[in-house]
Design a protein around this ligand. Structure first.
Ligand SMILES: [Zn+2]
Length: 85
C-alpha cells in the first residue's frame, strides 16, 4: 500500500517539474521580471518612459551599454540627443 502512495507522490512531483520546464508557464509570472535573464522581461524605454517586453524592443548599443527602445522613433530621438552633446 505504501508503494502506491510513493508512486502517486513521484507522479505529482514529475507533473510539477514538467510544468516548470514548459516555457509557456513563465508567461503569466511577474516575479521573474527584474532578473533580466528571460526574454519576456519588461524594460523601460529611456526616451518616453514606457515599459515593454524586451524581446519586442528596438536594440541599440551605445558606449558599450545595451539599450532597448519601444520604437525606432524613440531610438532615433535617443541617437539625436547623444549626438548633440
Ligand atoms: Zn518609446
Amino acid at each position: 500500500m505504501k508503494l502506491i502512495i510513493y508512486l502517486i507522490l513521484i507522479y505529482l512531483v514529475y507533473k510539477v517539474i514538467k510544468t516548470w520546464m514548459t516555457p509557456s508557464a513563465y508567461s503569466g509570472k511577474k516575479e521573474y521580471g527584474s532578473t533580466g535573464q528571460l526574454d519576456d522581461v519588461m524594460i523601460k524605454d529611456p526616451v518616453c518612459g514606457v515599459y515593454f517586453p524586451k524581446k519586442d524592443g528596438i536594440y541599440l548599443n551605445s558606449d558599450g551599454r545595451d539599450l532597448y527602445f519601444c520604437s525606432t522613433e524613440c531610438r532615433d530621438r535617443f541617437v539625436d540627443s547623444i549626438s548633440k552633446k
